[in-house]
Design a binder for this molecule. Structure first.
Ligand code: UD1
Length: 373
């Protein structure tokens, strides 16, 4: 009897660390045939190929090469190019991760062709529908047949939205599987020497959310706080392409006056993990970095009004600080004297992918309708 086939989808940088442990777990289990589709949503080497090499992700079986566009164009283009792939390969399920445009686009195509959707990192909600990712999360979860959650809030949110309890599985966090697997390699990274900074003596900044970087007023408020912080400690800022383009527009932000702010290109996974693990503090608007800083025990100031990952606040090192200059500076001042230790939310133990593959093998092999495709 042939093995059930699953098509796994990745497309943008935060997908790669989630898909990596799943591909490894499929291989280790040997019960399911995994195919990997890369939509090409992120295409720069720095945002993309480096991660495949470092995280030892097998080369994608299919690359849709969609590139950038407005949300509608990008989503539509992924859908147009994914449909023939699905028809050709006829898998028993499509697995999507996270909340990017590739996630929702491929989920929509699959469900309309009658192929069950599996969502890894389901149930997260910021309750902020102005975030494109929140729309992607809500739609993907509504379409999914099997939903794997990382934290208790995920179960509560899905149940409140009417998802049957038996479709929801608490399995831990695949992003943390990757962190734990590569922590030793990260220890060996020489990025601190290259940047000439000592452990705990600097701050890391990342910004890419449209609500923070596309609005010049908000970006200016944030950068005004950064201006003060860089007078205290060097601020290392790996700049996302969207943010670089907005900073290049100039306006009233004068980067040349911030001598201790270091703009660098986006880093690979291993160097970035070393950089954040050794930082005195991380300022970010990313989702995944809130989780990673929790595990490595570094204070994280999240430059947003909400988070879809509340466990990083209740059981982690994360704080929401919004985008007002004074509030960011106030929180920064308080973290300097505080003592932070690594925290581990329930089941963030490096074995989430293994649990997911076990559930899927059980489901695909025992459910006749699914197994028949
Ligand atoms: C996407 C995800 C977001 C994720 C982020 C991490 C959605 C809705 N958003 O946002 O959830 O946190 O990735 O990086 O899917 N660009 C390049 N090179 C690239 C990729 C993008 O130059 O390799 C440029 C694009 O041309 C575009 C901008 O960066 O102008 C934004 O790219 P896009 O894929 O639309 O969204 P992100 O902001 O990266």
């Amino acid at each position: 009897m042939s093995k059930p086939k699953i098509i796994n989808v990745c497309g943008a940088r935060p997908n790669f660390m989630k898909i990596a442990p799943l591909m490894h777990a499929f291989e280790a289990s040997g019960q399911i045939e995994p195919l990997l589709v890369h939509t090409g949503q992120h295409y720069d080497e720095k945002m993309n190929k480096w991660f495949f090499d470092e995280l030892q992700i097998p080369a994608p079986d299919i690359n849709l090469e969609v590139g950038s566009g407005s949300h509608a164009v990008q989503t539509a283009e992924i859908m147009k190019r994914f449909e023939p792939v699905l028809l050709e390969h006829d898998p028993q399920a499509v697995l999507v991760v996270g909340d990017v445009n590739s996630t929702v686009a491929c989920a929509l195509v699959a469900v309309k062709l009658g192929v069950p959707v599996v969502h890894v990192e389901a149930g997260l909600r910021s309750s902020d529908r102005s975030m494109p990712e929140e729309i992607n999360r809500i739609v993907t979860d509504a379409l999914s047949e099997q939903l794997f959650v990382t934290e208790p809030s995920g179960i509560e949110n899905l149940v409140a939205e009417g998802v049957a309890r038996d479709k929801i599985h608490m399995v831990g966090n695949v992003m943390i599987d990757t962190l734990k697997r590569f922590q030793v390699r990260a220890d060996e990274s020489t990025i601190l020497e290259k940047l000439e900074v000592a452990p705990r003596s600097y701050v890391v900044l990342t910004l890419h959310r449209p609500s923070n970087v596309d609005d010049p007023v908000v970006l200016e408020r944030i950068m005004s706080a950064v201006e003060t912080i860089q007078r205290d400690k060097p601020v290392i800022f790996p700049v996302h392409p969207r943010t670089r383009a907005n900073l290049a527009k100039g306006g009233s932000i004068d980067l040349s006056a911030m001598g201790n702010l270091r703009l660098i290109e986006p880093l690979g996974y291993i160097d970035f993990l070393k950089l954040t693990s050794s930082a005195g503090c991380v300022l970010t608007d990313s989702g995944g970095i809130q989780e990673e800083t929790t595990i490595v025990g570094v204070p994280c100031l999240t430059i947003r009004e909400n988070t879809e990952r509340p466990v990083t606040i209740t059981d982690g090192t994360n704080q929401l600080v919004g985008t007002e200059t004074e509030r960011i500076l106030d929180a920064y001042g308080k973290t300097l004297d505080a003592d932070f230790a690594p925290r581990q939310p329930d089941m963030w133990d490096g074995r989430a992918a293994e649990r997911i593959v076990n559930v899927l093998a059980d489901w695909l092999c025992r459910t006749p309708a699914v197994a028949a495709g």
